[in-house]
Design a protein around this ligand. Structure first.
Ligand SMILES: NC(=O)c1ccc[n+]([C@@H]2O[C@H](COP(=O)([O-])OP(=O)(O)OC[C@H]3O[C@@H](n4cnc5c(N)ncnc54)[C@H](O)[C@@H]3O)[C@@H](O)[C@H]2O)c1
Length: 352
């Protein structure tokens, strides 16, 4: 069902990756795997033990968490690649969540003007979103993804067995991006996912649908000129929340911030893009039943304003949001002012 042949998905996916190495492995002078401390412990043994045609590779390990997705760690990794003797025919394997995929993808796209890489997402968020679509990057000066590139991996392996060790909280965070895919493009997917949690063992078909939605949108508009902006529903608010906490040196999950962003941007959709009240109400009540937003209660909405202005979708200092006109349909480039944003925020979290 996933139309992109470079995405290996399903029961035979690991075997297909092994065949990929049998066919292409000899092209590479050196193979290096990037992991974080958790994926080293929980995912590397299964990965390394499953591939007959990948016998020899070096390891680079980073600390887990968003703070590793930084320019400082990027430069450390460039030095580490150099010390390992990596050249332009080296291959990087990113085995981890969205942090490893974003950082590793950017590292691969810049090292010696670009080396090949493979994404092996291990969190639900990375499986459904971060590992696809070619966006790579790191945070800098407290701004999310300030540096980055559009670069595609040679292939992406989706191996849902890795989810077995993913903490529940992280699973729920990743689930928010799947909910978003339903909201912007497929009412049935939204309906199935939003009424109650679907557990890890049963997530496969929904994940496949979610990846297909992202893949189709990216293929229609690889460089985000128009259609692809739809994937940013919930994200103008989410990135502002994440940047706010990043500056306070507090880590919040991207997926959780997206869930909060969906709430605020559903309110804005009712105000600005004719999302019917009944559908807005459905979104708000279901998201609030799934996620808790206690952490946002003490936040002053004006403190988000400077972060909202940093959003890459803005033009000429005007805030441009992606909103919904109905569940399953998104509209892009909707101008929003701070008064409207503050009102939507207040409706969701009650504090301005
Ligand atoms: N490039 C894109 O298009 C895109 C899209 C969405 C999000 N992102 C980025 O993705 C990042 C968030 O990704 P994330 O939520 O995966 O965060 P993450 O990579 O920090 O992973 C979350 C936590 O789960 C752990 N983990 C991952 N897989 C595991 C497993 N199988 N077993 C046990 N522990 C595991 C990690 O070590 C980490 O502690 C953010 O930086 C966000 O900006 C990028």
């Amino acid at each position: 069902m996933i139309s992109n042949p470079s995405i290996l998905f399903g029961l035979n996916a690991m075997e297909e990756l092994d065949q990929w190495f049998a066919k292409h492995g000899s092209r590479y002078s050196k193979v290096i795997a990037l992991v974080d401390e958790n994926t080293m412990e929980h995912c590397m043994p299964e990965f390394a033990g499953s591939l007959e045609n990948l016998t020899d590779f070096e390891l680079l390990e980073i600390e887990a968490g968003e703070s590793s997705k930084s320019s400082e760690i990027l430069f450390q990794l460039i030095s580490a690649l150099q010390e390992l003797g990596a050249d332009r025919s080296s291959l990087l394997i990113n085995l981890g969540g969205g942090v490893v995929c974003d950082l590793g993808g950017f590292l691969a796209s810049t090292y010696m003007r670009g080396i090949h890489f493979i994404n092996i997402p291990t969190s639900l968020l990375a499986m459904t979103d971060a590992a696809h679509g070619g966006k790579t990057g790191v945070d800098h000066n407290g701004i999310k993804n300030l540096m980055g590139s559009f670069t595609h991996p040679q292939c992406t392996l989706i191996w849902t067995d890795f989810l077995a060790t993913l903490p529940k909280k992280e699973y729920e965070n990743g689930y928010a991006e799947m909910l978003k895919h339903g909201l912007i493009s497929d009412r049935n997917l939204w309906n199935s996912l939003s009424q109650s949690w679907i557990n890890k063992e049963e997530i496969g078909p929904y994940l496949e649908k979610s990846i297909q939605i992202k893949t189709e949108i990216v293929e229609a508009d690889p460089h985000e000129l128009n259609e692809r902006k739809k994937l940013n529903f919930g994200h103008s608010t989410a990135h502002a929340i994440e940047s706010y906490f990043l500056l306070k040196e507090m880590e919040v999950s991207h997926g959780w911030a997206v869930a909060a962003g969906i709430l605020v941007e559903a309110e804005l959709s009712e105000m600005k893009s004719r999302l019917p009240f009944i559908e807005k109400d459905e979104i708000v009540s279901r998201i609030k039943a799934l996620y808790s937003f206690e952490l946002l209660k003490g936040l002053k909405v004006e403190d988000l304003h400077p972060h909202l202005l940093n959003d890459k979708k803005n033009r000429n200092h005007a805030l441009l949001f992606v909103l919904l006109s109905e569940i399953g349909k998104a509209v892009v480039n909707v101008p929003i002012d701070f008064t409207e944003f503050d009102l939507a925020w207040k409706k969701c979290f009650g504090n301005v």
